[in-house]
Design a protein around this ligand. Structure first.
Ligand SMILES: Nc1nc2c(ncn2[C@@H]2O[C@H](COP(=O)(O)OP(=O)(O)O)[C@@H](O)[C@H]2O)c(=O)[nH]1
Ligand SMILES: [Mg+2]
Length: 329
């Protein structure tokens, strides 16, 4: 099969707007036009809604409980010890930063793993890397979660990951640390190719990552790419969620205090746009502020990151509920 770059607008495939992805409890979403949900008039709080559009417990106790529950979470399938989550999205959206940020929460300090690139248009991450989130630098306590980072999706034919490769990764055929190249798609001759992937080798959930500050500038081709990918994952029975990063760049109050995120009109609008870009209901999308320029951990930022991880884990669980036995080769 000829590989093709999925961002190529000339590629046509059926897209679907009627996805049904199971029934984990999505975050409480309050209607945006609720009567008391109007922006406050205070000069300090321009663009903030009095009533948050999702309810979150920002307390330290709730954060610690969330940290523990994520850490002790194990896949609901005996033969699998870790849920594998594939992060996918445009180059520079913050996929690698998300992995670094979640690990920072568990390391007790901000770490910036080398795979975090700059916001240039070339993807820094060109190999498939699975990162196990662990409780401390000694790696003595691991979560049941592996976040898989790959080259981002590009607008140029040579910049992005091919559909062929993405599907090979999702089905579990691609070896860990595989270096992707548009000229050399993953195939049975590829060294380390996994011929008969077990349930543990497959991707159990896909998390799309999009940048709130660029949400209006993503091309139509990118939207088509994302929605085509969604259709393919849907066909493979893989549940999908999304992370809306860079929320600090669309809302100054959120930049100053992450707990303002659900009061922010700008973030709410970016969320609606992400929903239409991906063809995904807003309740599947989690806003995230990655640790990018920060030197110190911040409780509210960590809560937001942990909420996103917890959200992902709900959909990993759904995959195991649906797929006790291998369903495709
Ligand atoms: N302000 C801000 N910058 C971010 C955020 N997430 C990522 N970045 C920055 O965006 C750039 C690209 O991030 P990276 O994780 O390499 O993107 P990737 O290509 O999707 O892996 C880096 O300079 C990050 O520091 C975020 O939530 N807020
Ligand atoms: Mg990256």
């Amino acid at each position: 099969m000829e590989p093709f770059t999925f961002a190529n607008p000339s590629v046509s495939s059926s897209t679907s707007s009627s996805f049904c992805f199971g029934t984990p409890t999505p975050p409480t979403l309050l209607p945006p036009n609720q009567s008391n949900n109007t922006p406050t008039q205070s000069a300090d709080n321009v663009g903030l809604l009095e009533t948050p559009w999702r309810q979150v417990d920002w307390s330290e106790e709730a954060r610690e409980a969330l940290m523990k529950s994520v850490l002790s979470h194990k896949p609901t399938c005996e033969s699998v010890s870790e849920g594998r989550v594939l992060l996918l999205g445009p180059i520079g959206a913050g996929k690698s930063s998300f992995i670094s940020s979640v690990q920072s929460v568990y390391s007790g300090r901000v770490i910036n793993w080398a795979m975090v690139g700059s916001a240039s248009n070339s993807s820094f991450t060109k190999k498939l890397q699975g990162f196990k989130i662990h409780a401390s630098e000694n790696q003595d306590q691991k979560t049941g979660l592996v976040l898989c980072d790959v080259m981002g999706l590009g607008d140029e034919e040579t910049a992005g990951l091919t559909l062929y490769d993405i599907l090979a990764v999702t089905k579990g055929h691609a070896p860990d640390r595989h270096m992707f190249s548009p000229d050399q798609p993953v195939r049975s001759e590829t060294p380390g190719y996994v011929k008969k992937p077990a349930l543990k080798d497959r991707i159990h959930c896909v998390a799309f990552v999009v940048d709130a500050s660029k949400i209006l500038s993503y091309s139509k081709a990118m939207s088509t790419t994302l929605q085509q990918l969604r259709q393919h994952f849907h066909d493979l029975g893989v549940h999908q969620v999304a992370l809306l990063t860079h929320v600090d760049e669309v809302c100054m109050q959120t930049a100053l205090d992450a707990s303002q995120v659900y009061h922010s009109k700008a973030v709410q609008q970016a969320m609606a746009r992400a929903s239409s870009l991906l063809g995904m209901p807003p309740s599947y999308i989690m806003p995230v502020k990655n640790y990018s320029k920060d030197l110190e951990l911040d409780g509210h930022t960590s809560t937001l990151l942990l909420k996103a991880v917890d959200h992902i884990l709900q959909y990993v669980d759904l995959y195991f509920k649906d797929n006790k036995e291998p369903v495709y080769m």
